[in-house]
Design a protein around this ligand. Structure first.
Ligand SMILES: NC(=O)c1ccc[n+]([C@@H]2O[C@H](COP(=O)([O-])OP(=O)(O)OC[C@H]3O[C@@H](n4cnc5c(N)ncnc54)[C@H](OP(=O)(O)O)[C@@H]3O)[C@@H](O)[C@H]2O)c1
Length: 304
């Protein structure tokens, strides 16, 4: 089996490649903009530089490798940047997806699109796959538009919605809540963390397992892949402090409205994962087990 991954320099992309390195029966075509930012010596991993905005190039790479499955992790992922640059966000998160999924349809390639809890308005979470999206910012809107395109294109395809992903790789291009909290508290800095939003944070390894289960089973439709435990970002920050033996009194709980972020955030989301548990055998880690894995990986990275 061959799986092509877009955005392989990102957090999920790097972790998918890392996992596939240990599965010799699967050839992994890792693609991302520019040079690869991860190490690999595995013979079943091939790297191609590929910008999903350059469609003729995308077609050439797909033709060259003929994958059975394409996992589209590439995206403009920062909500505030999407709000400030809607045109670019639309091109990457919607237009590029449309072209690639249509092409996959014509080549019998199973297409997997990564989406987000931000498609919901956060008024009545947690949500299941049948709830109706109503995004409150442009990032969420772009991802919802892409979902609709994927679902309405004649192509074997899956939309995976995920939520507040955390984890670590040696070459990260952006931080996430666990690493940010740890870093700030280690420096003895005070931090304010939102206590009126609700999420079930996803360990990136669990998201990888969801993507792989879907790639193998080639399930069509929408699947929610989130964490096992539901909590506020403030509670998650306190769990992180406790786990790493840091001073939790430096964390102040606040309401989201005190932040003047460019993009509005949905308040109470959370993704119900029952469908993935029943149909895929998806079994995410608890927050405690997830933090333990990140802690172990941090130690390994520091030793390198
Ligand atoms: N992280 C979360 O909390 C979260 C939550 C819900 C949904 N998701 C979704 O999950 C997916 C993976 O997220 P992630 O956390 O891995 O995000 P990430 O770390 O930001 O990775 C996204 C990758 O996409 C690449 N990319 C952007 N534009 C591209 C283009 N034109 N051509 C090729 N690559 C391009 C970026 O490249 P550069 O590194 O060169 O910028 C980056 O490496 C995304 O679709 C995201 O919307 C993430």
């Amino acid at each position: 089996m061959k799986i092509l991954i877009t955005g392989s320099n990102g957090l999920l992309g790097q972790k998918l490649v890392e996992y596939l390195e240990s599965v010799p029966e699967i050839t992994c075509i890792a693609t991302s903009r520019g040079k690869r930012r991860f190490q690999t010596t595995a013979s079943n991993v091939v790297y191609e530089s590929m910008d999903i905005l350059q469609f003729s190039h995308v077609k050439r790479i797909i033709e060259k490798h003929q994958p059975e499955v394409l996992i589209n992790t590439a995206a403009m992922t920062q909500a505030d940047l999407c709000e400030k640059n809607k045109e670019l966000c639309y091109l990457v998160n919607v237009e590029a997806v449309k072209k690639i999924v249509e092409y996959c349809g014509s080549r019998d390639i199973h297409f997997i699109q990564l989406s987000t809890d931000f498609v919901f308005d956060g008024k009545a979470g947690p949500y299941n796959e049948n709830n109706t999206p109503n995004p409150v910012n442009f990032y969420g809107e772009s991802k919802y538009l892409a979902e609709q395109i994927v679902m309405n294109t004649f192509c074997s395809s899956t939309v995976i919605r995920t939520i507040l992903v955390y984890g670590i790789t040696p070459n990260m291009n952006r931080s996430n809540i666990v690493l940010w909290v740890k870093n700030k508290l280690e420096k003895g800095e005070q931090i304010q963390v939102v206590n009126d939003q609700v999420r079930n944070p996803t360990l990136v390894e669990d998201l990888v397992s969801g993507c792989i289960l879907i790639s193998i089973k080639k399930k069509n439709g929408i699947y929610h892949i989130g964490g096992k435990d539901t909590l506020t970002p403030y509670q998650f920050a306190c769990e992180t402090a406790d786990f790493f033996g840091l001073d939790g009194s430096l964390i102040t709980p606040v309401d989201a409205r005190i932040f003047t972020e460019v993009a509005k955030r949905p308040l109470i989301t959370g993704l119900i994962i029952e469908k993935a548990e029943k149909e895929l055998g998806y079994q995410p880690h608890s927050i405690q087990a997830g933090l333990a894995l990140v802690g172990q990986q941090l130690k390994n990275i520091q030793l390198q």
